[in-house]
Design a protein around this ligand. Structure first.
Ligand code: NDP
Length: 283
């Protein structure tokens, strides 16, 4: 029986820490603010944004909602970002992805002031991660690191395998594990004999976007398995990248979907926003 890593419980612990910072800021007359930019009417994006705004409200962070139709121009999007960059009430800026095809996501991300980049996707933030300098870290892998720390999972010298090399999850995940002295392998769609590489892992992180792809065959007995995947299941519910039923008996610890990495991502967004406000307050 594997330990079930409880993302909701760790997210609650993060939120409690954040609440202390929020009340200290309140004593200085500062309310942390997050600008949320949502372009178009993709229902999944609208749901994510609603959840993020609810998290903010619960944490005492003001959400400034900027919703625009799908046909806005790049110039109009850039103008919203510029406005948020200049607004002292805004400590963090989130541009919900994906953007409609005619808009350049890279341009939008790079336009966000690095100090307000609470998603951790700005080239400056990723550069800081590579260089090992403190700064906003990408919320999903940062949340995974927080979970591992919460459960006392020792990464020092551990073999870690990350399946997926996206800029928002796989690559920053690998760098964060490396920062904690794991020996890291990053896999992707061209990796040869993926199950054999995954079986070397003491800590296996799946960020692939393929429902239940990681079966027991990929898992070394006793490994810690972190499932980042969020996929729509056939029955309409959420399904991870890990086949929980077959992997759970083999692993020593495993995150469920839902209730694993997902709540952590949202908690780290609030945490990054409050940290940005603390940074401004301390100047
Ligand atoms: P991307 O589609 O950007 O990246 C997927 C990665 O998986 C790519 O590197 C791809 O390789 C690799 N891959 C695809 N198929 C295979 C395969 N058969 N074998 C090995 N590697 C493969 O996805 P994201 O990183 O954005 O997201 C990954 C998953 O995590 C998704 O389910 C997403 O919904 C979820 N997610 C969850 C979050 C949360 O809060 N829990 C937040 C963000 C994402 P290649 O580069 O070669 O194409």
């Amino acid at each position: 029986m594997a330990l079930i890593i409880d993302g909701n419980a760790v997210a609650a612990a993060v939120k409690a820490e954040v609440a202390e910072d929020v009340s200290r800021l309140a004593e200085q007359g500062i309310t942390p603010g997050l600008a949320v930019v949502l372009v178009g009417d993709d229902p999944a994006s609208a749901t994510y944004v609603a959840m993020k705004e609810r998290d903010c409200e619960e944490a005492g962070v003001v959400a400034f909602d900027h919703r625009r139709p799908a046909d806005i121009t790049q110039e109009e999007l850039n103008a919203i970002i510029d406005e948020c960059n200049a607004d002292p009430r805004v400590h963090g800026i989130l541009v919900q992805m994906p953007l409609p095809d005619h808009l350049d996501a890279e341009e939008a991300i790079a336009r966000i002031s690095p100090e307000k980049d609470v998603d951790g996707f700005h080239p400056a933030s990723l550069g800081r991660l590579v260089r090992g300098i403190e700064g906003p870290r990408a919320c999903t892998p940062w949340g995974v690191m927080r979970m591992l720390r919460h459960y006392g999972i020792d990464l020092n010298g551990a073999r870690a395998v990350v399946v997926g090399r996206s800029t928002i999850v796989g690559k920053p995940m690998a760098l964060m594990l490396l920062e904690e002295n794991a020996t890291v392998t990053v896999c992707h769609s061209r990796t040869r004999d993926l199950p054999a590489v995954c079986r070397e892992a003491d800590v296996l992180v799946a960020a692939v976007g393929r429902p239940k792809m990681i079966t027991a065959e990929y898992v070394k007995p006793g490994a810690v398995v972190i499932d980042v995947g969020i996929n729509r299941g056939e029955a309409g519910g959420l399904v991870g990248d890990v086949d929980f039923e077959s992997v759970e008996p083999v692993a020593s610890a495993i995150t469920p979907v839902p209730g694993g990495v997902g709540p952590m991502t949202r908690a780290m967004l609030v945490s990054n926003t409050v940290a940005a406000a603390v940074h401004v307050a301390g100047r």
